[in-house]
Design a binder for this molecule. Structure first.
Ligand code: NAD
Ligand code: TYD
Length: 335
């Protein structure tokens, strides 16, 4: 492995992964291939812009000729795919782009992997298992997605499984729990709550706030992806999470406490349709490869809150234009 095509590398997790790889592997080149949707942002990569082992290509993973050109021009041997439409609430409003990018786009990348004999890694999500009422999801569990986002990601998972078997594509896949950390677009709950709280604005908490998520620090997730990329078994899926469960109401209170803001900022709003009340992963398989998360939830949240406090330059300008239109549709007109 030397020349990595990091699709979706201008987004939250992808940009953290680029920085991680450049620091960790002195002989790797990272080529970011990203459409720059509302969620893609070159500010996320500003500090590596001039790095000699970094390049950026603006392109759509649904465009096969653009993908092939990138592979040829940069002598790519590995694709790590982060590119996706990622926000559940947007997928409820309009799923069109989710089906296109998350399913068709993955198909295009798999075709390129097949044609050029590339190593392929897919960054997947725990949401494909659906609401886990009891116990923990293992990799062999049935996929029961309940949102259009989760369904489109599950479609990609199945395509990867099929390409490994039918076409012998050398693919692996991780299914990660919710990430938090630097450079997360402020539509996702943690950066939304942190930035609203900084501005003394309400924190819109869906339903009773007792939904459970496993919020993990983004760099722990990047390490797990790296591990599976290098040591994972071809054709295998690996869950990635801390195993720690936190209710949204608890997370909201902790953010307010860390920022010294009153709990009265929490504003209960109508629940999300089809809201998954709990995700919970069994991460035994990944731990067997030698992975342990370096942060527990509180440490991850503390670092995240601190980063948003110190980096207003990054998020303040995002909360304008398209974001405000989305915010109005999602929250102000919410019944
Ligand atoms: P993000 O929304 O921050 O970034 C997505 C990136 O993909 C953006 O840079 C966007 O411009 C790019 N993109 C979208 N459509 C594209 C297309 N057609 N062609 C090329 N680029 C395109 O997402 P994220 O939170 O960084 O998530 C990255 C990956 O990790 C996704 O596949 C997501 O499903 C998965 N994941 C995310 C989480 C999480 O908590 N954020 C958890 C588990 C898995
Ligand atoms: P989100 O960050 O959208 O991630 P996902 O739904 O993909 O897990 O939401 C995380 C949790 O926070 C989820 O249970 C929904 C809840 N939530 C709110 O209560 N209010 C909000 O404004 C948002 C965006 C999410």
């Amino acid at each position: 492995m030397k020349n990595l095509l990091i699709t979706g590398g201008a987004g939250f997790i992808g940009s953290n992964f680029v920085r991680y790889v450049l620091n960790r592997y002195p002989d790797y080149r990272t080529i970011v291939f990203d459409k720059l949707t509302y969620a893609g942002n070159l500010d996320n990569l500003r500090d590596v812009e001039k790095h000699p082992r970094y390049a950026f290509i603006r392109g759509d993973i649904c465009d096969a000729s653009a993908v092939e050109r990138a592979v040829r021009e940069h002598n790519i041997d590995t694709i790590v795919n982060f590119a996706a439409e990622t926000h559940v609430d947007r997928s409820i409003m309009d799923a069109d782009a989710f089906i296109k990018t998350d399913i068709y786009g993955t198909y295009v990348l798999l075709e390129a992997a097949k044609k050029f004999g590339l190593r392929y890694h897919q960054v997947g999500t725990d949401e494909v298992y659906g609401w886990v009422e009891q116990g923990r999801s293992i990799e062999e569990d049935r996929l029961l997605p309940r949102s259009p986002y989760a369904a489109s990601k599950a479609g990609a998972d199945l395509l990867i499984h099929a390409y490994v078997i039918t076409h012998r594509v050398a693919a692996t896949m991780t299914r990660g729990a919710n990430n938090i950390g630097p450079y997360q677009y402020p539509e996702k709950v943690v950066p939304l709550f942190v930035t609203n709280a900084i501005d003394n604005k309400p924190l819109p908490l869906y339903g009773d706030g007792k939904q459970v998520r496993d919020y993990q620090f983004v760099l722990d997730h990047c390490e797990a992806i790296d591990l599976v990329l290098h040591r994972g078994k071809i054709g295998e899926f690996y869950n990635v999470g801390t195993g720690q469960e936190t209710e949204n109401i608890v997370m909201a209170r902790m953010i307010l406490k860390m920022l010294g803001k009153p709990e009265s900022l929490i504003q209960p709003v109508a629940d999300r349709p089809g809201h998954d009340r709990r995700y919970a992963l069994d991460v035994t398989k990944l731990r067997a490869l030698g992975w342990e998360p370096a942060h527990n939830f509180e440490e991850a949240l503390q670092k995240t809150v601190q980063w948003y406090v110190e980096n207003e330059w990054w998020w303040r300008k995002l909360k304008s234009g398209e974001y405000l239109e989305y915010y109005k549709k999602q929250y102000v007109e919410r019944k």
